[in-house]
Design a binder for this molecule. Structure first.
Ligand code: SF4
Ligand code: SF4
Length: 74
C-alpha cells in the first residue's frame, strides 16, 4: 500500500455544510474553498500537508484521510 496515495476527502453525505464552513477557514494552506453550491471543495490536493486540522474541526466528521479515489460531489 503506497501511503503517498492517501489524500483528504470530503464525504458530502455528512457535510451539512456547517455554518461558516469551518474547514474552508481553518486550512493553513488555503486549499479548501467554497464552490457555487456553498459546499467545500479541495482545490489542490498536492499542497495538502495532511495536517489533520480540517479532519479534527469538522463538526460532522465529514472529512477523512483516505486512499486515493474519486472526490466528486454526490
Ligand atoms: S489536512 Fe490540513 S492542509 Fe490538508 S486540507 Fe485539511 S487543513 Fe488543509
Ligand atoms: S467543516 Fe465539515 S461540515 Fe463544515 S463545511 Fe467543512 S466538511 Fe462540511
Amino acid at each position: 500500500m503506497d501511503k503517498h496515495s492517501s489524500m483528504i476527502l470530503i464525504d458530502y453525505t455528512k457535510c451539512s455544510p456547517c455554518s461558516g464552513l469551518i474547514c474552508v477557514g481553518v486550512c493553513p494552506v488555503g486549499i479548501i474553498e467554497q464552490n457555487e453550491n456553498h459546499k467545500p471543495v479541495i482545490t489542490d490536493f498536492s499542497s495538502c500537508t495532511k495536517c489533520g486540522v480540517c479532519i479534527n474541526l469538522c463538526p460532522t466528521k465529514a472529512i477523512a484521510l483516505n486512499r486515493k479515489q474519486e472526490n466528486k460531489e454526490k
